[in-house]
Design a protein around this ligand. Structure first.
Ligand code: PLP
Length: 334
């Protein structure tokens, strides 16, 4: 008998299946609303001019192994990008980080790290609805995952009463996966004022936030504005947080950062050494190409400014398309 008899068939991932069907569909015009990646007016991926310029700059770089935690300049620049270069946590060396395989890889490493810190007793709370991978990422690590109603058509936006009730009832040290901006799939985010209320309760009740930051920069076109919740929690509230950053949408490169803010430099050093061990076991060291692209964009004032314009171009076209789609659907009969 096969040793795989106990392995049952796992149905394909719904989002990737939809993309497969979309690619195979010959009926134009067609729109893929499944995968959150930017497309131009012809439905093709857009290689950002900033990324094009960065590629030109790094074309002679080697592909040697990076350190276990990734390219140091990438970690530094990405950390400063998210938290702000003058943030207290950055200045006081309380941020531990590692390069990750895009947002998904960052979430997995963050989960592993928190499992080491808190063990299986901690519950992970995710939003309902949410990105379909959240539950299985944290369950695969060994956590118990709970959902709460995040948005509804009755509230026509974020269901704050459900969110606040869940925060108030969760056991201390519970983990909340929060979408830093552009909540997937609802598109509804708390306002800066609502983030303040959420953060205050999380601090009082000792809850731990993981910011899933897949869409920073392309939500509003302004990176710092999209990072408002992360910065408020880390800076104003001086909370310990995790940030799982992706450049897959904002630069089209599958590279990410897993960052933890701790209360002390000593704790941050311990967290970083643990991240190092987790990465060594999982992938030994990450691929260099995407990280070099991000560095080439961020370290060069001219290319960084171009990237800023590219972010505005993407976010404003997305907003226009959403509005057009809404209007079209609104006039349809179902
Ligand atoms: N988190 C959310 C909310 C997402 O929508 C996605 C991707 O679609 C990810 C994380 C994963 O990011 P990445 O594609 O960089 O792995």
């Amino acid at each position: 008998p096969s040793i795989f008899n106990g392995i049952t068939y796992t149905p394909p991932d719904a989002i990737f299946e939809l993309t497969k069907k979309y690619n195979a569909d010959q009926n134009a015009p067609k729109v893929n609303l499944g995968q959150g990646t930017y497309k131009d007016e012809n439905g093709n991926p857009w290689i950002l001019p900033a990324v094009q310029a960065a590629k030109e700059k790094i074309k002679d770089s080697n592909h040697e192994y990076l350190p276990i935690l990734g390219l140091v300049s990438f970690r530094t620049l990405a950390t400063e990008l998210v938290f702000g270069a003058s943030a207290a946590a950055v200045r006081e060396k309380r941020v531990s980080s590692c390069q990750a395989l895009s947002g998904t890889g960052a979430l997995h490493v963050a989960g592993k790290m928190l499992y080491k810190a808190l063990g299986s007793d901690a519950t992970v709370y995710i939003t309902n609805p949410s990105w379909s991978n959240h539950r299985q990422i944290f369950e695969s690590i060994g956590f118990h995952v709970e959902e709460y109603t995040y948005s509804s058509h009755e509230t026509n936006g974020v269901d704050m009463s459900s969110l606040l009730k869940t925060l108030n009832e969760a056991a201390p040290k519970s983990i909340f996966v929060l979408h830093a901006s552009a909540h997937n799939p609802s598109g509804w985010d708390p306002s800066p004022e609502e983030w303040k209320i959420i953060g205050k309760i999380m601090k009082e009740r000792q809850l731990f936030p993981i910011f899933d930051a897949a869409y920073l920069g392309i939500t509003s076109g302004d990176y710092a504005k999209d990072a408002v919740a992360i910065r408020y929690f880390a800076e104003e509230l001086a909370l310990e947080v995790a940030v799982c950053l992706s450049f897959a949408k904002s630069m089209g490169e599958r590279v990410g950062l897993c960052a933890f803010v701790s209360q002390s430099t000593t704790a941050a050093e311990a967290v970083e050494s643990t991240l190092s061990q987790l990465i060594r076991v999982e992938i030994s060291n990450p691929p260099a190409f995407g990280a070099r692209i991000v560095v080439a964009v961020l370290e060069d004032e001219t290319i960084a400014a171009e990237w800023g314009r590219n972010l505005i171009a993407m976010s404003s076209r997305i907003a226009e398309m959403r509005l057009q789609l809404y209007k079209e659907l609104d006039h349809r009969e179902y």
